[in-house]
Design a protein around this ligand. Sequence first.
Ligand code: FAD
Length: 385
Amino acid sequence: MNADFDIYQLPEEHEYLRQSVRELAEEQIAPHATDVDENERFPQEARDALTKAGFHAVHIPEQFDGAGADSIAACIVIEEVARVCMSSSLIPAVNKLGSMPIILSASDEVKKQVLPSIASGESMISYGLSEREAGSDAAAMRTKAVKDGDNWVINGTKAWITNAGVSDWYTVMAVTDADKRANGISAFVVHKDDEGFEVGPKEKKLGIKGSPTRELHFTNCVVPEDRMIGDEGTGFKTALATLDHTRPTIGIQAVGVAQGALDASIAYTKEREQFRSKISDFQGVQFMLADMAMKIEAARQMCYIAAARAERGEKNLGFISSAAKCFASDVAMEVTTNAVQLFGGAGYTRDFPVERMMRDAKITQIYEGTNQIQRVVMARSLIGR
Ligand SMILES: Cc1cc2nc3c(=O)[nH]c(=O)nc-3n(C[C@H](O)[C@H](O)[C@H](O)COP(=O)(O)OP(=O)(O)OC[C@H]3O[C@@H](n4cnc5c(N)ncnc54)[C@H](O)[C@@H]3O)c2cc1C
């Protein structure tokens, strides 16, 4: 035996981070989660608490005034916040999604313009890829950008943009050369005060009701040429490379909500009595709890491995990041549905958090690519296309 054997074990600093975020989440985020959901309001308390503690965007490199935390640390923050409130976990998750195109591909000038304001918490950033008619087939987008002197002029509409209206910055993919399809798409950083930019009304959703989802409208929106991310025509590649880094964060968000539902189920089944026994004494209930915990643990490890591989900058991340997101989100849907089952009638009411968790979990099977699209990505990687 070797007690110092540290392969397949998170370093102490990561466990310490988990403990700190868990305490903050339980004390300052969980108490507002029901109200945020019921009133479909932005979790400002969570934003304030996360920002004060420096957990709102831990991934921003030190060079740009950030904490420079690694991808597993970023996952741990998202996981622990999602365990109590999925809507709130979209603050660190989408700050990462929106800023990854810049971190991966932008010039130092763009990085200096945008990243310090995300690092300080003064601003949030969203990611604008999808359109109404271009979801799974994102390369079919219609939003276009035309060069005009020293500026680009953007026209079109992006759909389903998380945290739109709260964010100051938006990374936006637009067609700059329609003949080249995916190679004719470029990425830009847009600021909420840019001329010709506005956001639409909030979508009315099944879950994550505290996280506003809106359209972005561009009407002759003028963006200075130095706010292009990377070279002209590289925007779609950057958008996909971003998803390789952020799909593990959606997977871990799913793990977090599933863990929250399991924890609530364990507590409830140890209290609730039927047939003059605690329901946790019934083997049928115990087996459900065991299956839930087993699948959550497998999903968690897969997400950390995907995050670690992304952190190392490994090539061919497509399979592992899609697999982690797909597996974990399918687990979250199953676990949260079973949590409602374990609460019986009470689980179907809004008196307990598990119905919210079940509604919130569903989106993890849809955004950043549906789980069908994740399977397309995995299959392509397997058969070499
Ligand atoms: C709450 C929410 C937040 C979001 N946040 C963002 C965001 O911040 N930024 C952003 O850019 N986008 C965001 N999205 C968009 C999201 O990524 C898309 O909704 C998703 O990619 C699916 O696209 P779609 O809705 O157009 O569905 P469609 O593409 O119309 O898919 C409909 C169905 O067809 C299936 N399908 C499509 N193509 C195939 C295929 N080739 N093989 C098998 N099945 C297929 C899909 O899996 C799905 O079941 C968000 C969406 C929601 C609902």
